[in-house]
Write a new protein. Structure first.
Length: 325
């Protein structure tokens, strides 16, 4: 049954619109016990180097051209996932729910006065940046890691969740984590993900690239457009392990008790941010303003509701970091 559920989810990745099968709604973690102790002091921006990619613009409620366009439209358009259990996923009755969905609704409520004034569009992992560039969405709220490469392509809010990469494999597998036990093993990751980037840097001898990867003969067996497809391949025995965010892997392990996280914890430290198109500074500042309030209560309520059962021990969100411009 776990295979069937995952396959169904991976095949329904379609653009979603307000009110389409979502009831009243619409349709890229800190280690246990940590709170994220980073300073909220302003950090000067550096054009020639990237030493602090999580530093974002100071929060503001002031309207600008991006906010004005959203208000004129009357809807906030947000790119999300509909296949990541507990983050953005379809329930049995068709509703779109999860931690990222709650955050997107909070942004819509602040900007437009209505948490339902949002159009959710499901986008693959490898299309998050493209969806912002071509104007398909205003924001991406989709477990998207902030890093130095991406801040050259999109603008991020302050961090709203801390996580890291981890290995997911069958419980009986001899794979022990992100180490030499991956040698010769077939490892799946999502295209455009930080998991794939980690494997490029250090694969421990794992087979993680398809033949003709990115070319006309690419079978997308080891590199997939959505990370949930990796779980399907793992369940079918087509790959031996998955590398993905620990926050997402925990949800997958909750869906399928035959798999588990390996290695005792994440082997990287990463932060999720809300992304928008470069130049939309007023929207970035507005999202950061929303996050100031969201950290003071709603964040913990959302964590308790959606994530605590699978990611226990997190006592709060990461502290924001700001830059001057």
């Amino acid at each position: 049954m776990a295979v069937a559920c995952a396959l169904t989810a991976s095949l329904t990745l379609l653009p979603l619109s307000h009110g389409a099968g979502t009831g009243t709604g619409s349709a890229d973690p800190a280690p246990p016990g940590t709170t994220g102790s980073r300073s909220a002091a302003a950090v000067p921006a550096k054009a020639d180097e990237c030493s602090d990619p999580e530093a974002s613009l100071q929060p503001s409620a002031a309207d600008g051209p991006a906010i004005a366009a959203i208000k004129q439209r009357g809807k906030l358009i947000v790119g999300v996932d509909q296949n990541s259990y507990r983050w953005g996923y379809r329930t049995a009755d068709g509703k779109l729910e999860g931690f990222d969905i709650d955050l997107a609704r909070a942004i819509a409520e602040d900007v437009l006065g209505d948490p339902e004034a949002v159009i959710f569009r499901a986008i693959p992992t490898n299309q998050r940046i493209a969806a912002l560039d071509n104007g398909t969405v205003d924001l991406v709220v989709r477990t998207m890691t902030i890093n130095c490469a991406r801040i050259e392509q999109v603008a991020f809010s302050t961090a709203y969740f801390q996580t890291g990469q981890q290995v997911l494999a069958p419980r009986e597998s001899p794979i022990t984590g992100y180490d030499e036990s991956l040698a010769g093993r077939r490892v799946c990751s999502a295209e455009g993900s930080t998991a794939y980037e980690a494997l490029e840097k250090q694969s421990f001898g794992a087979v993680f690239q398809d033949e003709d990867d990115g070319g006309p003969g690419d079978r997308d067996r080891l590199t997939v457009s959505n990370q949930l497809d990796c779980l399907v391949r793992l369940q079918l025995g087509e790959v031996d392990a998955v590398v993905t965010d620990a926050a997402l892997a925990a949800g997958q392990a909750a869906q399928d008790p035959a798999v588990e996280l390996k290695g005792g914890g994440p082997f990287t430290t990463e932060y999720y941010g809300v992304a928008t198109r470069l130049g939309k500074d007023d929207l970035v500042r507005r999202v950061n303003k929303v996050l100031v309030d969201y950290r003071n209560g709603p964040w913990m309520a959302a964590y308790t509701k959606w994530l605590q059962a699978d990611l226990p021990g997190i006592s709060g969100p990461p502290a924001p970091k700001y830059r001057d411009n």
